[in-house]
Design a protein around this ligand. Structure first.
Ligand code: MN
Length: 256
């Protein structure tokens, strides 16, 4: 049996399952809010072109208004100053968007401390238990944060000192940038922690990973349904020419 036939048989028999990792995209989908003086992107809105009316009696359609980095989305290397010479979202080879999901679970640590930052020791422990990170893997940071995704205030978790959400230390970002992963996949609004502006370098996941021509995949849901290893993630951003990112549909292929 060819590998494609085996996959299709697995899907038909239920031995293989497709899990949607994508957050619904609506005007309520949380978007990153940077403090002044920085500019911000816009949330999603739909502008009706026709709705089975005089503007289109047999058809409905809308214009979409939003930023490249809204909801579940991919960060392309050109999003960051360190990655300016790397891929824009349209030039990423599709093979780099599909890869094994390697899940590092820090749900317990994040429940204790929303500012939790992954360190190299967590990655080294994972490698010791599960083997080296495979080429082209999506390193999935399982934080449990996805459970807040329907509550914008809890999701952003802002107080007078800013946003408090988990992420990576500069050392972990550097470690992953030097590894064979294709990118980092997270449940939070971005691949860096809420307090990452105060790290050195600021926003180290963006700095190191996008600077190494790798990717970010954000605001994922259903991460609790992924096995530690053995699943495959498919990310499908729009090929916006010159785009720094794109809303994306993301799926996992998982053994049932
Ligand atoms: Mn982004």
């Amino acid at each position: 049996m060819s590998v494609i036939s085996a996959l299709l048989t697995g899907l038909a028999t239920g031995e293989v399952e497709i899990i949607d990792l994508t957050a619904p995209l609506s005007p309520d989908t949380p978007v990153l809010e940077l403090p002044a003086p920085f500019a911000n992107t816009i949330p999603l809105s739909l502008e009706v072109v026709s709705d089975f009316d005089d503007d289109g009696p047999a058809w409905g359609w809308n214009n979409i208004h939003t930023g490249e980095h809204t909801g579940t989305h991919l960060d392309a290397p050109v999003h960051w100053i360190t990655g300016r010479d790397g891929y824009s979202v349209d030039t990423i080879p599709p093979s780099r968007l599909i890869g094994p999901a390697i899940v590092v679970d820090v749900t317990a640590e994040v429940a204790e401390n929303p500012d939790f930052l992954l360190e190299p020791v967590h990655l080294e422990k994972h490698v010791a238990e599960h083997g080296p990170l495979p080429d082209g893997a999506w390193l999935v940071l399982r934080t449990g944060w996805g459970r807040y995704s329907k509550d914008a205030a809890a999701f952003a978790n802002v107080d007078e000192t800013g946003s408090h959400t988990p992420g990576l230390t500069p050392a972990a970002a550097e470690w992953l940038a030097a590894s064979p992963v294709t990118g980092v996949a997270v449940e939070t609004v971005g691949i860096d922690a809420g307090q990452a502006a105060s790290l050195e370098p600021p926003f180290p996941a963006h700095y190191h990973l996008l600077g190494a021509n790798k990717f970010g995949l954000t605001q994922l849901q259903n991460i609790d349904r992924l096995p530690t290893t053995g699943a495959v993630i498919i990310a499908s951003p729009l090929p916006i020419v010159g785009g720094t990112g794109s809303p994306a549909r993301a799926f996992a292929i998982v053994p049932a």
